[in-house]
Design a protein around this ligand. Structure first.
Ligand code: SAH
Length: 340
């Protein structure tokens, strides 16, 4: 038995073909499940009883349970309980251009970034495809509104759960279903180079963001364990390959950590590193968390850093701060519940 929310459109077409049935039934089923949002096979009024009975023996409907919701201006944070009682979170943000949701891809994370709350609690398991799709469906149901943008920046490392993440993107992007445009979907990775390489060949125009957070290996080594495996040069090389192949602009995320990576010389070094690349830098004011000693950079320091990148012709934005009151930093709400 498979959860229906974990099945891609192509898989469903193949399912019907294998049953010697018509593949257009996949269109009907996706329409009921994702356009009309029904919750059981019996509601599929234009599908034959026979097909419904067959499907009932192979698939089931089940979403997650919302166990907490916290709201602040323009932001809502959801905590979900999974079947095995594990918890993950998603953050909904309201912008002038629409609504975005930041979803989790794993329970915990093994990447061990020193500043990150999610990594404090080690990875328990990957999320199943349906568990990622459910986060979207349940939040849309809760707000009674469609979400326009998805970022895979919640708990977990998407490229450490690559196959499920790709299936998830296939499902939410499918025009017969949820239909969120690929340009409205962003995957963020701490820099797993072989997976970035693989992603270079992915045929959808999904955005790629890379958590760089440092202009050199010395600083990066001290805050991100992954840098012991894949160095900054390896990342830049694979990003060049990605840009050449896809013609797409890459985002580099850069958390501003007080006295760690926020100096003038860091800004100059970062500018030199990224010079000529089709990219931009998203400066992220660090969301402080009680368990971790890093502090966020002062506003003036962030602005100075921004100006230096600008002056060096590097595209740069400063991320708007959301929801520090609702524990919106990656992994904070879950960690609050798993208090150790
Ligand atoms: N593992 C992926 C995606 C999840 S983290 C990645 O590393 O990109 C999403 C982003 O939030 C990353 O850039 C991460 O470094 C950043 N982040 C983690 N903790 C944060 C905090 N306390 N404040 C601000 N950003 C944080």
């Amino acid at each position: 038995m498979k959860n229906i929310y974990g099945v891609t459109y192509l898989e469903l077409e193949n399912y019907f073909l294998e049953k010697n049935d018509k593949k257009f039934k996949a269109t009907q089923v996706f329409d009921w499940v994702y356009k009309k949002r029904i919750n059981s096979f019996d509601e599929m009024r234009n599908v034959s009883k026979e097909t419904i009975n067959t499907m009932k023996s192979d698939f089931y409907f089940e979403k997650l349970e919302i166990i907490d919701k916290r709201e602040d201006t323009d932001v809502a944070k959801y905590l979900f309980k999974l079947k095995d009682k594990e918890k993950v979170e998603a953050v909904l943000m309201y912008h002038d251009y629409g609504t975005s949701i930041c979803i989790s891809t794993q329970v915990g994370c093994n990447m061990g970034c020193k500043f990150c709350e999610s990594g404090r609690l080690k990875k328990v398991r990957n999320l199943e495809v349906y568990e990622m799709v459910s986060q979207i469906l349940m939040v849309e149901e809760d707000i009674n509104m469609r979400i326009s943008h998805i970022v895979l920046m919640g708990i977990g490392e998407p490229f450490d759960n690559y196959d499920n993440v790709i299936k998830f993107i296939d499902i939410v992007n499918c025009g017969k279903g949820i239909d969120i445009g690929s340009r409205h979907i962003t995957v963020s990775t701490c820099g797993i180079v072989p997976k970035i390489k693989e992603f270079t060949n992915y045929d959808k125009q999904v955005n790629l963001a890379i958590s760089l957070h440092a202009p050199n290996n010395k600083i990066r080594d001290s805050i991100m364990n992954i840098n012991k495996v894949y160095k900054i040069e390896d990342i830049i090389d694979v990003v060049k390959e990605y840009i050449n192949k896809t013609n797409r602009r890459v985002t580099f995320e850069y958390i501003m950590l007080k006295n760690i990576n926020d100096s003038v010389s860091c800004a100059e070094e970062l500018s030199a590193l990224l010079k000529g690349l089709n990219c931009y830098v998203n400066l992220i004011p660090y969301n402080e968390t009680s368990h971790i000693e890093y502090k966020k950079s002062d506003k003036d320091t962030i602005l100075k850093f921004y100006d230096i990148l600008k002056k060096n012709n590097i595209g740069v934005t400063i991320r708007r701060e959301f929801g520090s009151k609702v524990n919106a930093a990656c992994g904070q709400l879950r960690s609050h519940y798993e208090e150790v």
